[in-house]
Design a protein. Sequence first.
Length: 153
Amino acid sequence: MESPGQPSEILLVEDNPNDVELILYIFQWCNLSDRVHVAWNGEEALDYVFGTGPYRERDITIQPNVILLDLKLPKVDGIEVLKRLKSDEKTRTIPVVVLTSSREERDIVESYNLGVNSYIVKPVKFDDFANVIRELGLYWRMINQPPIKRDWE
């Protein structure tokens, strides 16, 4: 159940149209698709969160409850997005889950050093991928308890 003034929202930052389609399909199947926003590259994700560029009219006091972040992105890569999010006191508490195909130890270590909340390697098999996405959506939308108020002054 959503808290007053805190709509549940997922920001999906992914440049692979096939992965986006599959993730959105799974979220729809689980009734989690009503508040998903897709950013197709790192620059768009940062514009969305910080209310800049094409999102300058967006109310940034309403932030995602979780950001699903791919690492290999055009324009601004996922590591840089993570750095920006976790270094700003206004966005530091937004949970970020890296959802990527990279199993490289340096990516995992750097992500955790920057403050990622979880690092998940995308499963190759469809059923495994679907289960991971379903569990992710349910956990971050229904089980996890985010701070009720974030300081946006």
